[in-house]
Structure formats: C-alpha cells, structure tokens
Design a protein around this ligand. Sequence first.
Ligand code: IMP
Length: 425
Amino acid sequence: MPTKIVLGAQWGDEGKAKVVDYLTEDADIVVRYQGGANAGHTVVVGDTKFVFHMIPAGIMHADKICVVGNGVVLDPEVMIDEIEELASKGISSEGRLFLSENAHVVMPYHKVLDKAGEESQGEARLGTTGRGIGPCYRDKVERIHGLRVMDLLDTDEFKDKLAAIIATKNKLLTQIYGQAPLDADEIITCYCAYAERLRRYVTDTSALLNKAIDAGKHVLFEGAQGTLLDIDHGTYPYVTSSNTTAGGACTGTGIGPTRIDEVVGVTKAYTTRVGNGPFPTELLGEEGERLRELGQEFGATTGRPRRCGWFDAPILRRAAQLNGLTSIALTRVDVLDTLDTLKVCVAYQCDGELIEEFPSNPRTLARCQPVYEEMEGWCSPTTQARRLDDLPDKARSYVDRIAQLSGVPVSIVSVGPERAATISV
Ligand code: IMP
C-alpha cells in the first residue's frame, strides 16, 4: 500500500475509523493530521468497542506506528486517558506513538470559551462539540496566545507564557462572558504533569514521516470530521476550524503533496450531520427518526442525535473534486437493509433552476430542494456479504449507482461495524 489519505466525504461520522482500521493491515504508520478531541473514531474488534478522540485508530494493531501530526490540536488529558485505557486492555503505545512538538495544545480556557461563545450566540450557535477546538485554532492563527507541545515541555517558558495568557483570558471570561476566572497555578500544575507523561512521545514528526516514506514505508493518513466541515470549503460558518480536505494531510503533517498516492473518500450510504447548518436531504419527522434508530446515529463524542437524510450525490461529487478522490469507501450499507424504497438525491432544484453541482455558497444551499431518484430496497440482510457478488442485486445496483453518480470507483463496501464486515472491491 502506498501513501493513502482516508477522509470523510460528507459532514463527518462516515465510518472513517472502521475503514482506517481495515486498511491499517497494509500500512506501517497511521497519522492524524487535523482536528482534535472533537473527533470520535469508533472501532469494533470482537465484542469490544473503542472510541478514540486523539490517538489514531490504527493503534489497535500492535505492530503499527501511530503519529499525531502538527495540524492536530492536542487535548493532553484525553490523550493520556486513551493511552491508559489502551494499556489496561493490554495494548501498549510505548515506542510506537509519536506526537508532533509543533501541535498546539487545547487549554482549559479554550473549552470554557468554546461553550461560553456558543451560549452567547443563542439560536445562531454553531453547535460545536465544546472541546475547545475553535478557540485553540484561533490562538494558533492569532499567534499571540498559542501554546505548542514544545512550549509545554519547556517548563520555565510554559509558566511565563501561561501567566501572561491567563491574565488576558480571564479578562475575556469575566468581563465579556460573565464566567469565573481560572487559576493559573492550578493549570500549571496540571499541565506540567501532562507534559512529563507525554514527553517520551514527542518528536519532529514531519522528519519522522518523510524519512519513513523515503524508506518505502506505507503511510495512512486518518482524516477527522468531513469535507463539508472544512474551514475553507465547507458550509461556513457551520464548519470546524481545520482543513478536513485532502490538503490538510500535507499541511497537518509536513509532507509534500507529491508524496500522496491515493485519497479514499469515506461516505455513508445515506447522509448525517451533527450541529447546525443547511442539509438539503434531511428527513424530519418519522422517516428521519427511523433512519436514526436503524443507524444508531448518536454522536460518539457528544451523544447528540445526528440529523439524518437520504444519500446526496452533489455532495459526493463536490468531495471528489475538493479532495481529488481516487476511490470511495461506501459504509453503513447494512443500515438500509430493511427499507422498501430508497431515495438518492441526484441534483438540486434552486430558484427555479436545476443544479447538479453542490453550491459553495451556503445561503444558496439552504434554498436547494433535492431532486430524487427512487430505488427499490433489497429488504434482506447484507452483513454477511464478503464479496460484491454476495450482495443482493438491488444492493449492488445501489452501490453501482453511487459510483456512477460521483464518477469515482468504489474500493470498499462496509456492511457492519466489525472489521470482518467489509467487502474489498
Ligand atoms: P467543533 O469542531 O467542535 O468546533 O464543531 C464545529 C462543527 O463541527 C459542529 O457542527 C460539530 O458538530 C461538527 N463536528 C466536529 N467534530 C465532528 C465529528 O467528528 N463528526 C461530526 N461532526 C463534527
């Protein structure tokens, strides 16, 4: 396997972790490159379910190296908890988990500001995960208050910087948001302990990855969230604060674009979204409720019910364009097993016009009505299918139609959460 990016082609929660876990068999290294503990990557192995927020899902394979790149915002507490939980289940991260010294660190004030900022917006709130992601990336870009992993490891530097930062953040918290101030000493004690725990994993991960690629190692880049949550190309402002599209894998790890061989877009056989923002194929009422129950569509990070709707081809075509997709991994096909009729959105009707392209202006998107094509459901279980030929004919037609509508071949079909429930095409 050459270098491969696996990313979400919709609004996140497409089942990336399952696909990454499956593809990790052929990889040497798995890398996270953006986002932070807002991601919830679920892997099911046997009877055990693991949900990762910080560490790449590839850690489940004992002989693989896992890297958290510079583009990720690190929540040290979450990372340490994950390392310990894995250890308690007999999975060691020692000597095979690496963390970029350039990654920015999520601090307690980022989380408080994330929630306070959302509350202050009332109905206009974005519906963030409250994990401090936006405020941490804001500090990174602003360049005054950002703290990187390398700062955390340099105790004196960290104490000095934090004392100055806390003074400003407390003003913001108390005077603008009416929140209680935070105690700098408490934060210092806590974060210095995190630093000591994480020190052994910290390195220059860009150099590590480039040397590994030079040596012919197979690297898998594990995207978080999804294409339409990209800060530049998503449904702004209802997006996350990082580049979730393929380019983010380069900037978020320090490798050049010429070193990427394949880009796999993970897409559900239907569509979901958490948080606010336009969603043309959303099913409100009973139909949406049914899909949510069938797919158990509740957030892995926040537990929030996900908004559910039919498959949307303009979204996938847009994702193919933005990411240069070389193939699609179509997930959760089994969730549709009991439905008599399926709808596929092939285009939109907007202001009296038929449009086939996903509009980049979210206000236009909000006015789009889906144009549906109906397909007969297969009404039989698919979870045991291991080859395309094992799928019922109507399920096969559904898969083929999605490939045709997006113009990208399907390389993987997932028919259940377990590793084994996967068809490699
Ligand atoms: P934030 O990333 O917490 O700032 O949230 C911004 C938007 O991205 C909100 O709509 C979140 O629901 C959404 N979001 C963030 N992470 C994920 C994810 O892993 N899956 C799906 N949606 C996400």
